[in-house]
Design a protein around this ligand. Sequence first.
Ligand SMILES: Cc1cc2nc3c(=O)[nH]c(=O)nc-3n(C[C@H](O)[C@H](O)[C@H](O)COP(=O)(O)OP(=O)(O)OC[C@H]3O[C@@H](n4cnc5c(N)ncnc54)[C@H](O)[C@@H]3O)c2cc1C
Length: 393
Amino acid sequence: MMRFMDFHHSPHARDVLAEVQRFCEQHVLPLNREITRQVRMDQDFSSTEVQRLRAEARALGLWNFALTELAEGEGTPLSNTDYALVAEYLGRVLWSSQVFNCQWPDVPNMVALQAWATDAQRARWLEPLLAGACHSVFAMTEPDSASSDANNIATRIRRDGDEYVISGEKWYISGAAHPGCRFYMLLGVTDADAPRNARHSVVMVPRDAEGVHIGPRSSYLGFTEPMGAAHRLRFDEVRVPVDNRIGAEGQGFQVAQARLAPARLHHCMRAVGQCELLIELMLLRARERRTFGDSLAERDSVQAWIAQSRVDTEQARLLVQRTAWQVDQVGAQAAFRDLAVLKVGVAQAYHRVAERAAQLFGAMGGHQAGPVAEALAWSRAFRRVWLALLLCG
Ligand SMILES: Cc1cc2nc3c(=O)[nH]c(=O)nc-3n(C[C@H](O)[C@H](O)[C@H](O)COP(=O)(O)OP(=O)(O)OC[C@H]3O[C@@H](n4cnc5c(N)ncnc54)[C@H](O)[C@@H]3O)c2cc1C
């Protein structure tokens, strides 16, 4: 049966957006310069202001919009189609998602736990995340394995009675040393002799478990994500109960796949917000900068850059809305092709817009303290590691 796409956002979503905008204008934007400086320049993620805003947002019910299903009291669930509206707005200020508990990597981890955790595991791992009591990471990528192919992941998860013993090294794990991070969702090998796609499992590893070593942080092109730097992690014979395994042994990829749709969709939704911000910055810059007697805004090439960025952003938004609608209609698994098209299309559009903004801003376009250079770095990261990042979100 032909499905007519109707990705109009519900009146409820528009009400939620209006409340989020009001909250951000009153509380988030006034803090933006300071929090961004703390994250970007001081690598400080312990802001008490952010914790205060999280508590206020939660008390107002402005919480957990990124999840489509919630129990009473856990927040305000939105469909993917509706969340696209809010996430685009939050994408303008990269750290703002965490104020409403809509931050990565926690949200994709919560979706995977909602899909695969037992009741006991929900109480141990999911409920603290839903309540915003702590943060988590997804630990897949390894320095010595080409990790865009998850089959190459080699961290060993060896069974020893009622425990697993974990040995291996991970890197570029976003938020691994965040002051609020309490546990890692780790992908590793439980049975190297099993058939392909059935060798890996996901286990939850408490950050303070004996043998967990947090190594040096890795920034990307000099930038750090708002939820904490990406770090190297070493697991030296770390022992965890077998009950920490999510799903059955060998189902690691299925559990990781459950993180896929929210990771892809939400990154793309926020990227559209970033593109809108970049266009506004380009317009401001073009009007205020003058060369050879004219403002940059009067230059044909500059007008073409801004116009082309508008085209890229509108196309990216339509791809996001179509894919969010498709996932709401048929589920993430059946919409896999749409999600694949989305990841490539939006990543490329975001990078083109950031490139043009960097050109228009001249030297300022690459300056560490500027939003344009940061967007350029993230749009590049989106494109470079887009393949496996799908599993890492
Ligand atoms: C800012 C940032 C945050 C990250 N956060 C996390 C995190 O929280 N958790 C985590 O586990 N990982 C994280 N990563 C790591 C990221 O997921 C990896 O970089 C990714 O898994 C790619 O693996 P690799 O770097 O080993 O690249 P490789 O596997 O060596 O691949 C290198 C390149 O080869 C190309 N390539 C690979 N396969 C194919 C193919 N089939 N067809 C065409 N081209 C191909 C791709 O362009 C790829 O970029 C993060 C990375 C960055 C930059």
